[in-house]
Design a protein around this ligand. Structure first.
Ligand code: SF4
Ligand code: ZN
Ligand code: ZN
Length: 324
């Protein structure tokens, strides 16, 4: 059967959400077109420099490939963090990622928790356990990753940070926040997350309208050799996300396109909530941590990351990646 778009090449993929059958080329072009539209919506065409936060997983390969195609006149730089998880972080994966990015004219900045925070993730986890704290590896990992990505983006003068979150990730996060009754987090989500400090570089998610199965298929069609090893701390991830993921899969299989429609609806709610919350929020910028200088929540003097390190008996030894 021929492709419903070009009518020439043989169809290889069925798109349940559009009812079309596509050939490999038209499938890739369709994903890139959604990335282009999202980049336009989020103002990426006006940027001078965009920092891509790349983990080495399939989504980061697709993100880099699609943005390199779409944002021709914009300088792209990538940043990868080695968390320091034994058996998981491998030098050969970073080397492959670096080669892949180089072919697309993207320089890779290589950072690590050890060199930028002073400790590997394994060391942080062991130290917190020794102090009898009940902090999961993912709490350290997510918190420090956010901090370092923001710092590096500022240091290289990036106008935006682009991450590889896909449609499934986005809708799962929305549903989890609703299930927890935490609608205040909505201000961090959606198309234009609120920036409560000039020290935050604006985050964008160019793949937010691309299904996870589509990024997998894209990576497969292109033959990318991405990092497939599972993190040994994966079992510490919140189980709610796994349940929501399953629920959304079954919804999407019964009503194709459901995730795209949910995203639109959640974005609309998030915009309304943002307008309401803006009226109630303090006018001043977020305070900055006394130790590391990153923005922290209203009422705090020390950020959560520094607080966790100190509580684990570790002294922060922050070092800049770029100016070294
Ligand atoms: Fe980090 Fe947790 Fe993901 Fe492992 S599973 S990479 S510890 S967030
Ligand atoms: Zn085609
Ligand atoms: Zn701090």
């Amino acid at each position: 059967m021929n492709c419903d778009v070009c009518k020439v090449r043989e169809a290889e993929v069925f798109h349940p959400h559009t009812g079309r059958r596509l050939c490999k080329e038209c499938f890739i072009n369709d994903v890139r077109e959604r990335v282009r539209q999202e980049a336009e919506r989020q103002g990426l065409f006006k940027a001078r420099k965009v920092l891509l936060a790349v983990s080495g997983g399939k989504d980061s390969y697709v993100l880099a490939d699609a943005l390199a195609e779409v944002l021709k006149g914009v300088k792209l730089i990538a940043y990868n963090i080695t968390e320091g998880i034994s058996g998981y972080n491998r030098e050969e994966h970073v080397a492959k990622l670096e080669g892949f990015l180089r072919e697309r004219g993207i320089e890779l900045l290589k950072g690590s928790f050890k060199s930028q925070v002073g400790y590997t993730l394994d060391e942080m986890v062991q130290a917190s356990k020794a102090k009898g704290l009940n902090v999961s590896a993912c709490t350290f990992c997510g918190g420090f990753r956010r901090k370092l990505i923001n710092e590096v983006a500022r240091e290289v003068g990036a106008d935006f940070v682009a991450t590889g979150h896909n449609l499934d990730d986005e809708v799962q996060t929305y549903v989890i926040n609703f299930l927890r009754g935490d609608t205040s987090r909505l201000i961090r989500e959606g198309e234009e997350p609120l920036r409560l400090s000039d020290y935050f570089v604006q985050r964008v998610k160019p793949l937010r309208r691309v299904y996870e199965w589509e990024t997998t298929m894209y990576a497969y069609f292109k033959g990318y050799e991405f990092q497939e090893v599972e993190c040994p701390y994966i079992s510490q991830r919140p189980t709610l996300r796994a349940k929501v993921r399953e629920l959304l899969y079954s919804l999407e299989s019964r009503a194709p396109g459901a995730l795209l429609r949910l995203l639109e609806e959640f974005d609309r709610l998030a915009s309304e909530r943002k307008r309401e919350m803006l009226k109630a929020l303090p006018r001043n910028q977020l305070p900055r941590c006394r130790i590391c200088g990153e923005p922290t929540s209203y009422g705090r003097e020390i950020c959560k990351n520094c607080e966790l390190l100190l509580a684990s008996g570790l002294t922060p030894k922050y070092a800049s990646l770029v100016s070294r």
